[in-house]
Design a protein around this ligand. Structure first.
Ligand code: ZN
Length: 286
């Protein structure tokens, strides 16, 4: 704050307490500074004017009108803010949806034989997938509006994080690679006594679900009334929902027993991972 600003604040203080004499410092500054001198005259005039205003009776209707006007203005401001927030969360959700959809499509085209599907089918699945991502992202940003409140928001965030980790896992080592490795690996065959394909699909699919969901539930678990088991199942459910379109495309090219083993493995792995992650976090936090 420069000197003039400080002087002007002091002058205002003097007016407000009703003092009449100025200190030597203020007096000296006013003599030497035209700007503050003008300000001081203006302040005194405004103060006098305020004094006369206060003495006049304000008509009740005028007060009412003013009150209504202020309320309307406040409503407009609140409405605008709400609209801006809604637009921002919609934009955010769409961005998240597009990013996840592109990543998912890239992963799924590496693992599943997409040439077996007609283009309209692929487009519909893609649209459904995108809608799911946008929906879950909206739950993350608009939690206050939801009946389940903050728990739903954190569970949705957990689902998105789990899906991100799952995509990362698939990008670094696809499920097909791991399955192929398990089939041919000598130590797996010795340790598990030549496991059947169904068992391998169950185990690999379960592993690819449980690890991401475990980490995501661990990271997002917060103390809510629902408790870690419900929260963990919530994260697992949202993750499975987001995985569903890709899982369908993948399973469609598999024999029925393997597709079923894979699905059961994913559901089992995600549930166990979610509950374990959330419970572990709750135990540590206690
Ligand atoms: Zn000055």
């Amino acid at each position: 704050m420069d000197n003039c600003a400080r002087i002007q604040i002091e002058l205002m203080d003097i007016l407000s307490v009703g003092e009449t004499s100025l200190s030597a410092e203020l007096d000296e500054h006013l003599r030497s500074c035209v700007r503050c001198q003008l300000k001081w005259i203006e302040m005194q005039l405004v103060w006098q004017r305020l004094g006369t205003l206060r003495q006049q009776e304000v008509p009740a209707s005028a007060a009412q009108t003013l009150r209504a006007q202020i309320l309307t203005d406040l409503e407009v401001v609140a409405g605008n803010r709400k609209r801006v927030q809604a637009r921002r969360s919609a934009l955010f959700s769409i961005l998240v949806g597009v990013l996840f959809s592109v990543a998912s499509a890239w992963i799924v085209q590496r693992d599943a034989r997409l040439s077996a599907f007609a283009p309209p089918t692929l487009l519909s699945v893609g649209a459904l997938w995108n809608a799911l991502y946008v929906g879950v992202a909206l739950v993350v940003v608009r939690y206050k509006k939801l009946p389940l409140g903050i728990t739903a928001s954190w569970a949705a965030l957990g689902g998105l994080i789990a899906m991100g980790l799952f995509l990362g896992l698939c990008a670094s080592c696809s499920m097909n690679h791991l399955l192929e490795y398990c089939r041919t690996s000598a130590w797996v065959n010795t340790a598990f006594d030549n496991p059947r394909d169904e068992a391998l699909y169950f185990a690999v699919s379960g592993l690819y679900s449980s690890l991401p969901v475990f980490l995501a539930a661990f990271v997002t678990q917060i103390r809510t009334r629902s408790g870690p088991v419900v929260f963990g199942v919530g994260v697992a459910g949202l993750f499975l929902l987001l995985r569903l379109p890709g899982g369908l495309l993948r399973c469609a090219s598999l024999p029925l027993e393997l597709a079923a083993s894979s699905c059961v493995g994913a559901i089992f792995g995600a549930s166990v991972g979610g509950v374990a992650g959330a419970s572990l976090r709750a135990t540590i936090a206690r």
